[in-house]
Structures are given as structure tokens and as C-alpha cells.
Design a protein around this ligand. Structure first.
Ligand code: ADP
Ligand code: ZN
Length: 527
């Protein structure tokens, strides 16, 4: 078939560029599809995780197409790195930015204007000046790439006002395909990017999220220092990243590890630039250094042999978690993502959200994102299935997470689930977990008495278990979709269709037993 032959030929050209310029034999999952779409002239929203190889998705078509490709990137440091790497590969790349002196910028512009430059990296605010747009309109622009495209969305984790203006690009460069790249897969953010940059007319490709070599595991937080040390000691001589919520805690944990003979360095935004850079350099250049950091650490970090990422606290969202653990195992060797998980973290995160100076709508979304993360932590299913499912990728049970490896014992929790569902139903599906548990445990709190809930038949039906057991059961019911936190963001629980089926005894509920003895201890006390 002639069409197919043409297609193959086109594919050959891309492969040759991939091999000759970048030295790679094969495209990674996703890259080929993105490149095909761009070369066919379509706009693309590419959602790919950090490390999946987003840059090649526009660098290869830039070279295949010729002409000038404009790359919009938010950070000067990242632009400089990319330009340096491309030049090393023999590609004519330039950047014009505020950190360069005037002469350097003028020289760069001359190369661009004379048609030598293939890729020009610009910050959005520089690109969107009338002068720059006017000058570029006279050149042969063949492609526009917008990196970190989630910065355009108010729902995204990193909104930047300068990005908003980029929505004019599709009108200004009418026949030029635009690719927006992001690692943020949150549904609302994606829709927002599509609407703003493409007026909804782009091909969305979600690809390459699976990192099968990273083992996923979760542990109930008890004594985080001891738990951390035990974990680190299982990986002697390995580089690792430990994420902590606060600056103070990174210092504390690093000192604690040092005291126990581990080479550990802190990293957070409160340190001087010199100290931060020194620690980062040590981590990057030596092996066996453990970086104890806040989320300030990680942007653009590409160290292949990071053996693990350990979260001592709950991350900000499932996307953040995914990005953070993605810094492990880039060399493809077995790596671990390990998280400590405690109820206190959830309270802290809720408080953060409530205290933020944002709109109610913003808070509601943030609470929902947090619910999704909690669902991941609480699930008894294969974690990778849940994680990839969230990003829109289907997967088989992975055999490389704690649930698959069955470190978490399971029990039939159908009877307990029905007890909970009854209490939720009797209180009108309007109350949060704490109140429902008070009813189950027969606590005559003010709230209970004010609503006469001590008269319900559900009252005191749950004294066989302690509060943490009920809390965990409720969260797992939420994770399993049997209960839904209602839309107002206040955590009121409602019963879903499948929850009603469970209540009627039509389906069973398998429960992941946390801390092993909780359920048993609860039972003993009741007996
Ligand atoms: P991202 O921007 O998605 O975080 P990068 O574009 O920085 O990812 O790529 C991550 C790493 O993967 C880089 O070291 C890059 O050279 C490498 N890489 C990208 N594509 C391929 C490929 N097809 N084959 C082998 N290595 C690749
Ligand atoms: Zn699994």
C-alpha cells in the first residue's frame, strides 16, 4: 500500500535522526506516537512522566521538519541545560534569556534570524513581547513546544501568570503545530490546558507512566526515625532521596542518619544557595549519598542510580508522589519507593488546604486530590494498577508492590463494612468519618446528642474494634469506591451504587489489615 510505504519512509527519517543525532536505537513508548501526530500537523497535548523522554518528542520533529522550533520553558536553568546538551549533540540550539548579557543575546538572535538555529528556547514572558512575536512572524517557524504546560492552569500545582498569554499562540501562528508537554495528569488540569492552548482541538496522548522497576510500598507511620533508619540500612552504599514535609525535619533526619553512620545531607529552600549547591553537587557526583530534602529538591535532577525515594510524610498529591518517586531507578535497575503513612499527615494536609489563601472551588479540588492520594495509600489492590489507572493507563497486577507481594494481610471485612454503611445511611449520608465512628463506638459527644444519634440502632454497634480500625475500614471503603466523600469537600460520606450492593450483601469487601494485630486485638477486647 502506497500510504503505508510513505509512512514507513517518514518513520525512517525520524529513526535516523534519533540514531544519528541522539544515539538511540528505539523510541520509547509514546515518543513515536507524539512525533507522528506533530509531523502530520496536529496539535498535541503530551502527558508523560518525568524521565519518559519528553524533550525528544519535539526535538526529533524539529530536526525532521527543519525551520525554526520555538521551545517555551519556565526556568532559565533548564533552558541552559537543554541548549548545552543539544549543542553537544551537534544541534544548532539557542536561548535568549535574562541571565545572558546583551551581546550574547544579540549574537543568538543573529543566528536565529539568519536561519541557522533549529531550536530557540525562550521564557514565556520573553516570547510574548510584541517585538519578539513580530520578529518571529517573519521567520520560518515550523513547530512550537510548550514545556511544563500545566503552568497555564489555575488548577495545576504551579500556575504562572506569564503562561496565560500563551493562549494567543495558536492564533498568531495559525499553521504551526503546537505541542504542550506536561507530567501532570490531573483531569481538570489537562482539560484546562487543552481549552486554553488549543481551544479543545488537540490530540491528547497519555503515555509511558509505568516504571516497572520501582517497587511501591507503604508502611504505617509509627516511629519515623527508626523506620527510616531501618530502611536506609537495607540499602548500604546506595544513593537515595528522602522527602520530608518541613525544613526543620530534613535537618533533623539528616543529622540523625549521619549520627548512625549514613552519609546524609539536607536540602531545602531555607538554606543558602551555596550550601544547597554544595549538597546537590555531592549528591550528584558521589555515590552512596542520601539527600534528605523538601520538595524544593528534584526539579531537573537526572541522576540515574538513585536506588530509592523514601517519603517520611504524605506527599501533596498523587501526581507529586509520582513525580517524586520517578527520580528513583532511572537506570532501569530495581529501585524502591517507600512511604510512611499516618493519620496525622492527612490532618496536616487538610489544614494546609484550608489555610491556603484560595477560592472555595480551589480548596474543594485540592481536598478531592488529597482523597485520591489517600485512596492510593489505603488500597488493597495492586498499587501500580491504581496509580497508572489514575493517569489513564491500564495495567495488569504488577507483582512489584507491597500488595502484590502480599506483605499486607487481608481479611473479610464485609460485616464491618455493613456496620459502617448502616450508620452512614441512618445519619442521612451527610457526616464525616469521625462522627460515624463516634456513633459506632457509642460516644455521646455533643454532636451526637444534638442530633439524637444515640437513639439510632447503629449506636454502639462497633465496639468490637478500636477507632483506628474503623478509620482504616472507612478509608478503604472510600478507596474501593463503596463510599464517596461528597462534593462539598467537607468529607461527608455518601454511599455509592456499589456500596448499596455491599450493604445488601450482594458483594463482599476485602480489607487490608494494617499493623497486623489491630483487628485481632479489637476482637479480643470485645470477646
Ligand atoms: P523528561 O523531559 O520527560 O523528564 P527527558 O527528555 O529529560 O525526560 O529524557 C529523560 C532521559 O531519557 C534523558 O536522559 C534522555 O536522553 C533519555 N531518553 C529519551 N528518549 C530516549 C530513547 N528513545 N532511548 C533512550 N533514552 C532516551
Ligand atoms: Zn502490584
Amino acid at each position: 500500500m502506497p500510504a503505508q510505504a510513505a509512512c514507513l519512509r517518514a518513520g525512517d527519517h525520524q529513526r535516523r535522526v534519533l540514531k544519528d543525532v541522539f544515539g538511540f536505537d528505539d523510541f520509547r513508548p509514546g515518543q513515536a506516537a507524539v512525533i507522528e501526530a506533530l509531523l502530520a500537523g496536529r496539535h498535541v497535548l503530551a502527558v508523560m512522566p518525568t524521565g519518559a523522554g519528553k524533550s525528544l518528542c519535539y526535538q526529533v520533529p524539529a530536526l525532521v521538519k527543519g525551520g525554526l522550533t520555538i521551545v517555551v520553558s519556565p526556568l532559565v536553568a533548564l533552558m541552559q541545560d537543554q541548549v548545552a546538551a543539544l549543542r553537544l549533540a551537534g544541534v544548532a540550539a539557542d536561548t535568549i534569556n535574562s541571565s545572558l548579557d546583551r551581546d550574547a543575546n544579540v549574537a543568538a538572535w543573529r543566528r536565529v534570524a539568519s536561519g541557522q538555529t533549529r531550536l530557540l528556547y525562550l521564557a514565556p514572558e520573553r516570547l510574548m513581547t510584541e517585538r519578539m512575536l513580530e520578529a518571529l512572524s517573519r521567520l520560518d517557524v515550523s513547530l512550537i513546544a510548550i514545556d511544563e504546560a500545566h503552568c497555564i492552569s489555575q488548577w495545576g500545582p504551579a500556575f504562572r501568570r506569564e503562561y496565560e498569554d500563551l493562549s494567543r499562540l495558536r492564533g498568531l501562528f495559525a499553521d504551526v503545530p503546537i505541542i504542550a508537554l506536561t507530567a501532570t495528569a490531573d483531569e481538570a488540569t489537562r482539560a484546562d490546558i487543552e481549552a486554553r492552548l488549543f481551544a479543545g482541538r488537540a490530540e491528547t496522548l497519555v503515555l509511558g507512566f509505568d516504571r516497572p522497576n520501582i517497587k511501591l510500598a507503604m508502611e504505617t507511620k509509627q516511629d519515623s526515625k527508626r523506620q527510616l533508619l531501618r530502611f536506609v540500612e537495607r540499602h548500604p552504599g546506595k544513593s537515595g532521596i528522602i522527602y520530608c514535609l518541613s525544613r526543620r525535619k530534613t535537618e533533623e533526619m539528616a543529622a540523625f542518619l549521619e549520627k548512625n553512620g549514613v552519609r546524609a545531607l539536607p536540602y531545602h529552600a531555607g538554606m543558602s544557595k551555596e550550601a544547597r549547591e554544595a549538597n546537590q553537587n555531592a549528591f550528584m557526583s558521589l555515590s552512596g549519598v542520601v539527600m534528605v530534602a523538601t520538595i524544593a529538591f528534584g526539579m531537573g535532577i537526572d541522576k540515574p542510580d538513585v536506588a530509592y525515594v523514601f517519603h517520611t510524610d504524605l506527599p501533596g498529591s498523587l501526581e507529586a508522589y509520582y513525580q517524586e518517586i520517578g527520580r528513583a531507578g532511572r537506570d532501569g535497575r530495581p529501585a524502591e519507593a517507600h512511604m510512611l503513612y499516618g493519620a496525622g499527615d492527612i490532618r496536616t494536609r487538610r489544614m494546609f488546604i484550608d489555610d491556603e489563601d484560595t477560592s472555595p472551588e480551589h480548596k474543594r479540588r485540592a481536598h478531592r486530590r488529597l482523597d485520591t492520594l489517600i485512596g492510593y495509600c489505603e488500597t488493597a489492590q495492586c498499587r501500580r494498577q491504581v496509580l497508572l489507572g489514575y493517569f489513564g493507563e491500564e495495567a495488569q497486577a504488577c507483582g512489584n508492590c507491597d500488595n502484590c507481594l502480599d506483605q499486607a494481610p487481608r481479611a473479610d471485612g464485609s460485616a464491618e463494612a455493613r456496620t459502617i454503611l448502616a450508620a452512614v445511611a441512618q445519619t442521612g449520608e451527610r457526616f464525616g468519618a469521625a462522627h460515624v465512628i463516634d456513633i459506632l463506638l457509642g460516644h455521646e459527644t455533643e454532636k451526637v446528642l444534638a442530633r439524637n444519634h444515640q437513639k439510632l440502632t447503629s449506636f454502639r454497634t462497633g465496639i468490637a474494634h478500636r477507632k483506628p480500625v474503623w478509620l482504616s475500614l472507612i478509608r478503604q471503603l472510600v478507596a474501593g469506591g463503596f463510599l464517596t466523600p461528597d462534593a462539598d469537600g467537607h468529607g461527608g460520606l455518601a454511599i455509592s451504587e456499589s456500596g448499596r450492593a455491599l450493604g445488601r450483601g450482594e458483594v463482599a469487601f476485602e480489607y487490608r489489615v494494617e499493623g497486623r494485630d489491630r483487628l485481632a486485638r479489637g476482637r479480643k477486647r470485645a470477646g
